[in-house]
Design a protein around this ligand. Structure first.
Ligand SMILES: Cc1cc2nc3c(=O)[nH]c(=O)nc-3n(C[C@H](O)[C@H](O)[C@H](O)COP(=O)(O)OP(=O)(O)OC[C@H]3O[C@@H](n4cnc5c(N)ncnc54)[C@H](O)[C@@H]3O)c2cc1C
Length: 70
């Protein structure tokens, strides 16, 4: 139940008090170009189907980000 997010520096300010990475519905963090999906995020209900769905959302968001910015 403890998210393995120690590799994310606290200074980035993208984690909540539980150590989960906070994302919006597009799996975007507060840092442009940085996305997260699955159990490490603050989405409720840590389940395989939810992690897979978030992975798809994150991948599509990455494509959109690249198309808009590069
Ligand atoms: C005991 C148990 C039973 C469960 N039973 C069910 C169930 O019946 N049904 C269900 O839907 N869900 C179940 N779950 C939850 C399900 O396993 C998770 O929701 C799902 O695996 C989340 O997928 P994920 O890709 O987000 O994370 P994970 O599957 O945890 O994958 C994260 C990956 O990142 C790797 N990693 C970690 N740190 C680093 C790093 N610094 N650098 C590189 N790689 C790293 C890890 O080794 C791991 O391979 C269960 C979980 C547990 C613990």
């Amino acid at each position: 139940m403890k998210p393995n997010t120690e590799f994310v520096p606290d200074e980035w300010n993208i984690k909540n008090s539980y150590g989960e990475i906070v994302v919006n519905k597009l799996c975007e963090t507060n840092i442009p170009g940085l996305f997260a999906a699955g159990d490490v995020t603050d989405i409720p209900y840590k389940q395989i189907g939810i992690a897979v769905g978030q992975g798809i959302i994150a991948a599509l968001s990455v494509v959109n980000y690249i198309n808009r910015n590069l």
